[in-house]
Design a binder for this molecule. Sequence first.
Ligand SMILES: Cc1cc2nc3c(=O)[nH]c(=O)nc-3n(C[C@H](O)[C@H](O)[C@H](O)COP(=O)(O)O)c2cc1C
Ligand code: SF4
Length: 419
Amino acid sequence: MPAEIGTKIVTARFGNNEARTLPGYERTGGYGQLRKALAMRPEDITAEVKASNLRGRGGAGFSTGVKWGFVPKDARTVHLVCNADESEPGTCKDRELMFWDPHLLIEGMIISAHALKAVHNYIYIRGEMMREYLVLQKAVAEAYARGYLGQNILGTGIEVQLTVHRGAGAYICGEETALLNSLEGLRGQPRLKPPFPAVKGLFGNPTIVNNVETLMNVPAIIDKGGAWFNALGMGRSGGTRIVCVSGHVNRPGVFELPMGITFTEMIDKVCGGVWKGRKVKAVIPGGVSMPPLDASELDVPCEFDALQTDERIKPVMVRPGQPFDVGGGRQLRTMAGSGGIVVMDDMTDIPRAVWRIMKFFAHESCGQCTPCREGCGWLDIAGNTICALGDAAAWPMLGFLTKFRADFEAKIARKGKAA
Ligand SMILES: Cc1cc2nc3c(=O)[nH]c(=O)nc-3n(C[C@H](O)[C@H](O)[C@H](O)COP(=O)(O)O)c2cc1C
Ligand code: SF4
């Protein structure tokens, strides 16, 4: 049955201070799914995750089970790395998830490591998240002391080790191959793909990189099954979604919501409407890398496929009179991304907001590719760079310029002055 507002999988322990400790977590059923998973064959766990239609919550929405299946069957050393870098402006869910339920992430990682036969595993956490780093360090130590981690977990002969590693605050280190370089002690710059990390990743070994929220869904899939998880969602996207709503709403925050909820319902029912009695002008649907929706497009669900036309966005260069939505209808050409939703009211100075976003990307470019390093200033980048940061800088600019062209023209007519 599709999830309803109030269905909670990964936020069930939010606000429960006791459940953040190991005994408290265990009292609420914690580590029960690990015991169940350890009795399962690794390939059966992967099959269950595949059946669940769990899709990566880090940005691209790729099928988790399919990605796990890319690890070569004869691999001798495999790693699982949790991407806890969370730097996409507008996104702040992983921070809350790790703070409120660190053991759920650890349990999800141990089950996933067992499925992947991965021994040495890592959580790569954004450097600024000191509070969450300390929470995780404590929880990992507790899990080692109780025998959930170590050389012979729960007497099964299975070895799973887990290290928490702090980044140093570079946005690009959230990109999975830059993250792996950083973890190896190299400069945090993306690698050319292929090879993809699942084939050649950390220290040259097959490596699965998954987002915090993605991994925290795994225990529930083991508990109730892939079919149950899939049925909670919509279309090809199983489960619920964590969104972080910020901007001009009365009640911003981090919410676990049904996949099928529309942006209109989210703003009105969950976030108490637009502040000061104003109207929506634009909504960034999944972190600032994503092209915006305008006020006429808010009845679309926040589910991954609903927000885009094809397997990948194919941005079109904007010429005067050429619509961004070349396909017409519901072809929104944006993405659900990382769940960072930014609501802008009808008083927003759109060119100024976009200028701020572009400054961010220009600052965070790692400088490896000329189109991105130089082009973040003049934006003719999409499709020409090693990693998606170049695309991510171009997409919102193209989207805003197409959908809000009049705002830019008016600002030019005012010679840049505020309205
Ligand atoms: C510039 C850039 C920044 C990224 N930042 C993050 C991040 O902070 N956290 C994250 O989970 N994924 C981030 N990603 C996506 C990762 O590369 C990767 O796809 C993801 O961690 C895979 O996990 P998933 O399959 O569970 O989504 C970023 C990608 C790019 C191109
Ligand atoms: S696209 Fe930009 S951030 Fe990505 S590798 Fe090239 S220069 Fe670095």
